[in-house]
Ligand binder design. Sequence first.
Ligand SMILES: *[C@@H]1O[C@H](CO)[C@@H](O)[C@H](O)[C@H]1NC(C)=O
Ligand SMILES: *[C@@H]1O[C@H](CO)[C@@H](O)[C@H](O)[C@H]1NC(C)=O
Ligand SMILES: *[C@@H]1O[C@H](CO)[C@@H](O)[C@H](O)[C@H]1NC(C)=O
Length: 351
Amino acid sequence: MGPLALFAASIFLFVIELCQHVDGTGSKCDIYKGKWVYDASYPLYNSSNCPFIHQEFSCQNNGRPDHLYQNFRWQPTSCNSPRFNGKDFLRKFRGKRIMFVGDSLSLNQWQSLTCILHRAVPGEAYISQRVEAISTFSFPAYGVSIMFIRNAFLVDIINDKDGRVLKLDSIEGGRNWKGYDVLIFNTWYWWLLTGTKQPWDYIQYNNITRKDMNRMVAYRKALGTWAGWVKHNVHPAKTKVFFQGVSPNHTDSREWGDPTTKTCRGETWPTLSTAYPSGPPAAQDVLKRALRSVAKAVHLLDITGLSQLRKDGHPSAFGYGGHRGNDCTHWCLPGVPDIWNQLLFASLMQN
Ligand SMILES: *[C@@H]1O[C@H](CO)[C@@H](O)[C@H](O)[C@H]1NC(C)=O
Ligand SMILES: *[C@@H]1O[C@H](CO)[C@@H](O)[C@H](O)[C@H]1NC(C)=O
Ligand SMILES: *[C@@H]1O[C@H](CO)[C@@H](O)[C@H](O)[C@H]1NC(C)=O
């Protein structure tokens, strides 16, 4: 073979390799691109068999009349994502500690993971306890612990003489996140709250204290502080870090192409296309940019788009025994966060 033929052959092989990645047989398949498909072998557990499930997520126990929303799985376009295998997970993470850090959407995912694992080894002894801000669920026989620590902003809120100050460049809370094998962070929902729901009185950055500022800018600065914490405190060989993408709400049906401005209440069916009419929420872009500076150390669990397609997945009136409010922010369990965990499982098993 002459040099030209060799060159042509190597181009040919390169193209083959490229195609393998693109068609999903290689490792480059984007598991976050796809659609929801009906699958009667789901859900992964039954809420009446998850004895420690929090009432606010337990929609069936709270009287939600429809149940098909539990029977959908996520089908990536160009590959398959493995079904969550709880026993494999426990074996692989023997002796490890996994922690979710964030608001109640982290609690939602933590709870889903504990129910999935309990269902995988139903006879296995477990301990579920809460000590101060840390909830711990563990299987002593495997030495696996799954923790949740509530921290809505990741950066600090301190009390000083004038009130509660949200400090965008301070992250003392990080002392509680050290030494874990897997960390899964999240923050977004609380950044938009105003009035009596807003849990701070002042906001501080660079030693300047204000009454308020553009919330998107504040979110970006806080994420920058958090990324700095990761750079200085996480050893990528020891700790795998994930960030739970922005969890979308369904409080306005115009986002899914219904002009009547309904909420998620009464929705019983997902959006079965691959694209959501309103496009991604603005916060997702801010988050993706912030994660660029720590791209090697942090994997974005990019659940935003796939969750946008699940207007049927929220508790609505069946979150608090059916009488308190209309929750279109959290997710019923079993339900959408089980799939977030399945994708987390896929990412953890890949490397
Ligand atoms: C869940 O368990 C309850 C009680 O054992 C049973 O009545 C119900 O049919 C189960 N639901 C599913 C979806 O398997
Ligand atoms: C804020 O002010 C304190 C006290 O004046 C000073 O020690 C600190 O370095 C300042 N921090 C920044 C980020 O400017
Ligand atoms: C729901 O999400 C939209 C962005 O898609 C946001 O503008 C709105 O404030 C959110 N509503 C609630 C109640 O969180």
